[in-house]
Structure formats: structure tokens, C-alpha cells
Design a protein around this ligand. Structure first.
Ligand code: SF4
Length: 293
């Protein structure tokens, strides 16, 4: 319930939910319409459906007892690796670190890990180290240990100004410039692209062309001019595309003798209903007053 929702909003829902479904068997036996009704107002209904499906697995396969092993928790509907590790460690004291941003930051700094952590190799290095530090099941205390690691990241080893002088683990810490860690892969430099399109109007009709490329297949846009144009455009705007910034300029175009198979004339009245890429729709909105003038 707390995903994407504030605690103050959730409390009433939680109390009503627990009255309506006081245990996992009651939830498992409830019709889906009751479950969705009790969830109404919280949004993201897939969470309610997953909770219901998970209750059915727990009631059916585990006799109504929540499984303790991380891999079994992970197999429940709607549960990902982070949630599985968090439930296993906080509820059942399992040595499974829930590797969130705090644990990543603290671990990278303790190890002085100076490689990017936002790729599979970096993340698995951090995860392996955090796993290695866990107390064993026999020793116990993994839940407290992981909570402490997360709290350390939230309160002491903070992203911008780590309070190393007050840090309880500073004698183990190898970080030389902690505020620079963890490292992330450099973002590719943004490249500017020019896109020149034609504004071609005939008898209250506008010429558009349908895209065939992967990204916007089937959507319509203003026709691309094959020759680059100079001068003052009728409309201009910019939009991002992966690591590019595309400068879209629309110039007056000449009516072609023949249309290509993906070009079509649309009446001004039809344009509203034509599916278009967002930047070309915005350009069209700038241009239409000129066509109507
Ligand atoms: S000594 Fe500093 S960098 Fe190292 S874990 Fe503590 S707060 Fe973080």
C-alpha cells in the first residue's frame, strides 16, 4: 500500500483492509471484486491483484504460513528481488541484504569501489560484498544489521556530505573521496540534430506523411524536406530523442507532383483525429492558425 503513497493516506485504508481481511486465508477466499473494492482510491490496482494472488499461493501451497526462504518469497506474485530480500531479512532475520541506494552508497564507499555501479558487473560486486558481510543464520541479527546499513546511508553516509567524523564504521572505511562515490557511467554527450519539414497546404488540406521507422511507426508527421532549408522557419521547436536534441524547423514547402505511398492529404477538420508524434503535433498547433488566417 505504501508504494507511491504517503503514510497518512494509507492508514485508514490499512485499518479497513485488516478489518475486512484479518488473515491470509480470508484474503485468499475473497472474490476479486471485494479486494478491488477495498483497494479503491489507492490506485495501481495490479498491487491489489498481486496481493490477492500471493494470498492464494500462501493459503494453497504453504498452509497459510508465509514462506521464510528468499527464493520462495521471490516466487510470490508481485514480489521482486528488493522486496523479497527486505521481507526475508526484516521479518525472518535472513542474511539477504535489500540492496537499495543507501546500501549501494555505503558499500561502494567502504570498499572505495571506483567503478560504475549502474551496470550488472558493478551491482553484482556491491551485492556480493554486502552478502559477505551478513551475519550467518546461526549468529542471527541479519535484520538489525541490514537496517543499520540502511540507516547509516540515510543519516550519516549521505550522498553529498557524508559525516565521516561521526561515522561508527570509519575505521573500516577505505573511501578517500567519499562524496565522489558511488560512480555512475558517464552520460553520452548530447548531439544536436536538425530536422527540416515542409508546411504544404492545398485547398484547406495539409500534406502529412506516415512514419515507417521503429520508434514512431504508423504515426503521422509533417513531410521531411529532402534538401536542407535556410531562412526563417514558419515554426521551430526542439525535442529530445535518446541522447540527441532535435531542432525541428518547418518551412513553406511546394506541392509535390506525385505523392509517395506514405503521404496523404488531410482536411483541416480531420487533423485533430490524426495520430501524430508529439513534436509534430506541437508544430502543427503553431502552424494551424496561419492556415486558418
Ligand atoms: S567513514 Fe564516511 S564514507 Fe565511510 S562509511 Fe562512514 S560516512 Fe561513509
Amino acid at each position: 500500500m505504501l508504494q507511491q503513497t504517503q503514510v497518512a493516506t494509507v492508514v485508514d485504508y490499512y485499518e479497513r483492509w485488516m478489518e475486512r481481511f484479518p488473515d491470509v486465508r480470508t484474503l485468499a477466499a475473497a472474490p476479486e471484486s471485494d479486494v478491488l473494492h477495498a483497494w479503491q482510491g489507492l490506485g495501481y490496482y495490479s498491487r491489489a491483484r498481486n496481493l490477492h494472488a500471493a494470498a492464494r499461493v500462501i493459503a494453497g501451497d504453504y498452509g497459510g504460513i508465509f514462506p521464510r526462504a528468499t527464493e520462495r518469497i521471490l516466487a510470490l506474485p508481485g514480489v521482486g528481488p528488493y522486496t523479497a530480500a527486505a521481507v526475508a531479512t526484516f521479518a525472518f532475520d535472513q542474511p539477504t541484504p535489500p540492496v537499495d541506494a543507501n546500501i549501494i552508497r555505503v558499500t561502494a564507499r567502504l570498499l572505495d569501489y571506483c567503478k560504475p555501479i549502474d551496470n550488472a558487473a558493478g551491482l553484482s560486486h556491491i551485492r556480493a560484498a554486502a552478502e559477505q558481510w551478513q551475519p550467518s543464520e546461526e549468529e542471527g541479527g541479519a535484520g538489525i544489521f541490514n537496517e543499520a546499513l540502511m540507516e547509516l546511508g540515510a543519516l550519516v553516509c549521505t550522498p553529498r556530505s557524508p559525516r565521516c567524523s561521526a561515522c561508527p564504521v570509519r575505521i573500516f572505511c577505505r573511501a578517500e573521496a567519499p562524496e565522489t562515490l558511488p560512480l555512475k557511467r558517464p552520460r553520452p554527450r548530447r548531439v544536436e540534430l536538425e530536422e527540416h519539414c515542409g508546411w504544404i497546404v492545398r485547398d484547406d488540406q495539409v500534406l502529412l506523411e506516415q512514419q515507417t521507422g521503429k520508434r514512431w511507426r504508423g504515426l503521422w508527421r509533417l513531410p521531411i524536406l529532402t534538401e536542407p532549408h535556410s531562412g526563417i522557419p514558419l515554426a521551430a521547436l526542439a525535442y529530445p530523442f535518446t541522447h540527441h536534441r532535435v531542432n525541428l524547423s518547418v518551412f513553406p514547402g511546394t506541392t509535390p507532383l506525385f505523392l509517395t505511398e506514405n503521404q496523404h492529404w488531410f482536411s483541416l477538420a480531420e487533423l485533430e483525429a490524426v495520430p501524430m508524434t508529439a513534436p509534430h503535433r506541437r508544430a502543427l498547433q503553431k502552424l494551424l492558425p496561419k492556415a486558418n488566417a
